[in-house]
Ligand binder design. Structure first.
Ligand code: ZN
Length: 560
């Protein structure tokens, strides 16, 4: 077919690529033509060059892979972007190294009201648990707080605890704890948001953390200058996504304010990345507050900015024993964790959300949480009738045998994070594997087991919990996820399955499988050109493959 005339000219064509379409009908090609934000043709170089006009932008892929833009299905844009400015302590071990890093950072920021660090391993001091006294020895006279990579535990020095007014403890909601020392004062370890929220407020991070703490709105209303500063934080986060080849994000915290900031950027210059922002429902809210989720869904339902989801936390994390287990923790035989909702309360919430036609995504790390959340989804289907709801369970770090087949049966999406299994990427084996206990290892971070049982498995980083880089996630899912005991099943995915977890499955999770996640005529022109042929790259070298050009909606959003 020969194509002539300006009407047929593409806005952009990608040539000289190893196009991996993720479309079973047409798996491979050399080139792609894009017009008006959508893919108009995929095929051989010769066939696509027919769409070249004088104004067509040419992207030469240089023989590298061209794949659908990554869909990052669980992340925290606003707080992640703000945290790019924090002290990064990932990989730091031992008191001396910790001390040097904190003191260097403190002297670089002499005027900071509160010094904040992140990425601190639970085992930063080996077997010794971090207390305020360790941190006082490093920094006695300025307030300092540091966060574990999972953002569920923080450690503060005495100055920070004092200023936040929690040195003498405070009564908190279930699942939250200010760990107290034998001297009757706070020990420094703060478990979950209600415990460390007062400290972070002092850091001036109230607005960026608001969608995480609740789905509420900033009070007082931000000034024009504050709004502009917040838009800049969002821009920084979106640019971070684009440089990692990401073209769509499913944010996992949210309120109306976040949607407004993104809508303002969309109106000003266009978004470099599509975003879905949920309403964050907390256990202290009442069901009528779901009205706001419905308003958000109605107001924001475009291809760039959307809502339509309710995010909920059912439990905490394994490392602080706040995840909810069916059987006690292996290293704490009298404790199974404490849920943030009772099972009947949660089921009532699931029925109410589902009735509104909204999607639900629930943080459930322990097998007890996974079970209660699946029970809630089952109750919703029973009460409201079964529909294509695609409710999601987030994390699923441990699951019981009985619950594995329920994902397929209930049509529930399994949202998992390849960088999270201890030993796969940044997280050390301990203390997590001892908390879980060997009996539960075969069904921990079990994406292969779930997929084999028919579950739709979608991948993400949970940034800033782990690096946002999807290629590192692909390598973790396909290569680095090793069994902890020789008797554990191999949970790895093939390279193709791992890429699908970051593309096809993400599109499915947001009901967009007919518009994105694959490279196909008529689909959105969201794609990423990689520095090498990813299929020909040795598994151990996958992390060296880098995004060189990201295209979202037909526009180049990142180029090396
Ligand atoms: Zn998260």
């Amino acid at each position: 077919m020969s194509v002539t005339g300006a009407d047929h000219n593409a806005d952009l064509i990608v040539v000289n690529g190893r196009v991996l379409t993720m479309d079973a009908d047409n798996p491979a090609a050399e080139a792609i033509a894009v017009k008006d934000g959508a893919i108009i043709a995929i095929g051989s170089r010769a066939s696509i060059e027919g769409y070249k006009g004088t104004a067509t932008r040419i992207v030469d892929a240089g023989g590298g892979s061209v794949i659908p833009g990554f869909i990052e299905a669980h992340m925290h844009l606003f707080s992640g972007a703000a945290e790019l400015a924090h002290l990064q302590l990932s990989g730091v071990h031992g008191f001396e190294v910790l001390q040097a890093a904190i003191r260097d950072y403190a002297s670089a920021w002499p005027d900071a009201k509160m010094l904040v660090a992140q990425g601190v391993d639970y085992t930063v001091l080996g077997d010794e648990r971090v207390t305020r006294h360790h941190l006082d020895a490093i920094l006695p006279d300025r307030p300092f707080v540091m966060a574990a990579p999972d953002h569920h535990t923080m450690w503060a020095n005495t100055k920070a605890l004092e200023l936040a007014g929690i040195l003498h403890g405070r009564t908190l909601g279930p699942g939250n704890e200010i760990v107290m020392g034998e001297d009757g004062l706070a020990a420094g370890e703060l478990r979950e948001g209600e415990a460390f929220g007062p400290v972070l407020d002092l850091a001036g991070e109230g607005r960026v953390r608001l969608g995480l703490a609740t789905g509420g709105e900033p009070d007082p209303t931000p000034t024009a200058a504050e709004r502009a500063a917040d838009r800049d934080i969002m821009r920084r986060g979106l640019a971070w996504c684009a440089r990692h080849g990401i073209t769509s994000i499913h944010n996992m915290d949210g309120n109306l304010y976040q949607l407004e900031l993104l809508a303002e950027i969309e109106a000003e210059e266009g978004l470099p990345c599509r975003a879905q922002i949920p309403f964050h429902y907390k256990n202290f809210m009442t069901l009528d507050m779901l009205d706001k989720a419905s308003v958000m869904a109605e107001r924001y339902n475009g291809e760039w900015l959307s809502s339509g989801m309710v995010k909920v936390f059912y439990d905490g994390v394994l490392d602080s024993w706040t995840a909810v287990m069916v059987e006690p923790y292996a290293d704490r035989p009298d404790w199974m964790g404490e849920p943030l909702f009772t099972p009947p309360q949660f089921a009532e919430l699931a029925v109410a959300v589902d009735k509104r036609g909204l999607q639900m995504a629930v943080h459930s790390i322990g097998d007890g949480a996974v079970r209660a959340v699946l029970d809630g989804y089952e109750a919703a289907a029973k009460a409201n009738g079964k529909r294509d709801s695609r409710h999601r369970v987030e994390h699923i770090e441990v699951i019981t045998d009985d619950d594995v087949p329920r994902f397929e049966k209930l049509g529930v999406v399994a949202s998992m994070q390849p960088p999270h299994p201890p030993g796969a990427m940044d997280f050390p084996l301990e203390p997590t594997v001892s908390r879980i206990g060997q009996a539960r290892w075969p069904l921990s971070y079990a994406w292969r087991t779930l997929k084999n049982a028919g579950a739709r498995v979608v991948f993400a980083s949970d940034w800033p919990v782990a690096s946002i880089d999807p290629i590192l996630g692909i390598q973790a899912a396909a290569v680095l996820r090793k069994p902890w005991a020789s008797t554990d099943p191999d949970q790895r995915f093939s390279l193709h399955e791992a890429i699908a977890g970051y593309t096809v499955e993400g599109a499915y999770a947001e009901f967009m499988e007919n518009r994105k996640g694959r490279l196909k005529p008529g689909y959105l022109a969201d794609l990423v050109v990689l520095s090498a042929d990813i299929e020909a790259t040795a598994p151990e070298d996958l992390h060296k493959v880098r995004p060189v050009t990201t295209v979202c909606g037909g526009k180049v959003t990142y180029q090396v």
